[in-house]
Design a protein around this ligand. Structure first.
Ligand code: PDD
Length: 278
């Protein structure tokens, strides 16, 4: 396969990995995951805008402009013959002798790869719904940054899998924040609710598209914090992400448990989202 290294697409296996890269030492870097439908990156502009924002919040240097990143993304897709799949792009602060204190304006290190994904697998969980595991949100207070520091997320995902769940739903002191790698929506009496875009969640691109689609359909959307209790009494629950699109939640386990039906609002938004990508 072919990977991205700085601004070159090169054969995998030939990339030198520096142990003093701050990405390895401190998780000092950011990333984006862009989906590929029919050989084209989906919502690239939006993903790139968030990448730029993450870089700015951490004072990382952006070495290339949007057109270079787009060109490299397209090349990753074509060289790897990706029909449907995903592109991962990462940028670390760069290489320097280990020191917590970072210098500004370092030479960032950009890497990336592409992977084929079976749309049938996604369609399956979208048709049947997924089980989720309710767990405490133990992450830091800058979840708005798409940083490489994902230990809280990966611990939540592992715990979820141990309980035969495909995703974790995290709460902070009883307020539902988001999944381990997705945003969480509930429907109550026809109204959609999701955590507001604050420092406590990643403002998902899929989340933003779904909110817009709901509004276009006259479904009222409240970007408001809701409680675990609200989650338990919801009519419908679904998660959104680049790799899961709109996926219904049919079960919640953990300190609380509940079952949900796949409802009309979820199905409508799932359907409308599909229309965006074709
Ligand atoms: N994760 N919240 C978290 C913590 C995430 O990691 C993600 C995405 C989302 C959804 O964002 P978007 O709709 O822009 O994908 C929300 C990606 C897919 C990942 O880490 O693989």
């Amino acid at each position: 396969s072919y990977i991205l290294y700085h601004d070159q697409i090169i054969k995998d296996g030939s990339i030198p990995v520096d142990p003093q890269d701050r990405g390895y030492l401190f998780g000092d870097g950011i990333y984006e995951v862009v989906f590929v439908y029919d050989k084209k990156p989906f919502a690239f502009k939006e993903h790139f805008a968030r990448f730029e924002q993450s870089a700015k919040k951490l004072e990382l240097t952006m070495p290339y402009d949007v057109s270079t990143f787009k060109k490299l993304t397209d090349e990753l897709i074509s060289k790897n013959n990706i029909e449907n799949g995903m592109v991962y792009i990462q940028m670390t602060r760069g290489v320097a002798p280990r020191n917590h204190l970072y210098e500004r304006n370092m030479q960032s290190v950009v890497t990336g790869f592409a992977k084929s994904v079976s749309l049938e697998n996604i369609a399956e969980s979208q048709a049947s719904g997924i089980s989720t595991y309710l767990t405490e949100d133990i992450r830091w207070l800058r979840c708005d940054i798409k940083s490489l520091n994902l230990l809280g997320n990966v611990m939540a995902k592992r715990k979820a899998a141990d309980f035969d769940c495909q995703e974790a739903i995290q709460h902070r002191d009883g307020t539902v924040t988001e999944g381990s790698s997705s945003n969480v929506f509930i429907v109550k009496n026809g109204t959609l609710k999701t955590h507001p875009s604050t420092n406590l969640i990643l403002n998902g691109i899929t989340r933003q598209i779904v909110i817009k689609l709901a509004q276009q359909n006259g479904i009222s959307v409240l970007e408001e914090a809701f409680s675990v209790d609200d989650l338990l009494h919801a009519d419908e629950v679904f998660i959104t992400s680049t790799t899961m699109e709109v996926t219904p939640v049919t079960k919640l386990v953990g300190s609380e448990s509940q079952s949900y039906n796949i409802g009309p609002v979820t199905l409508k938004l799932q359907d409308d989202f599909k229309k965006q990508i074709i």
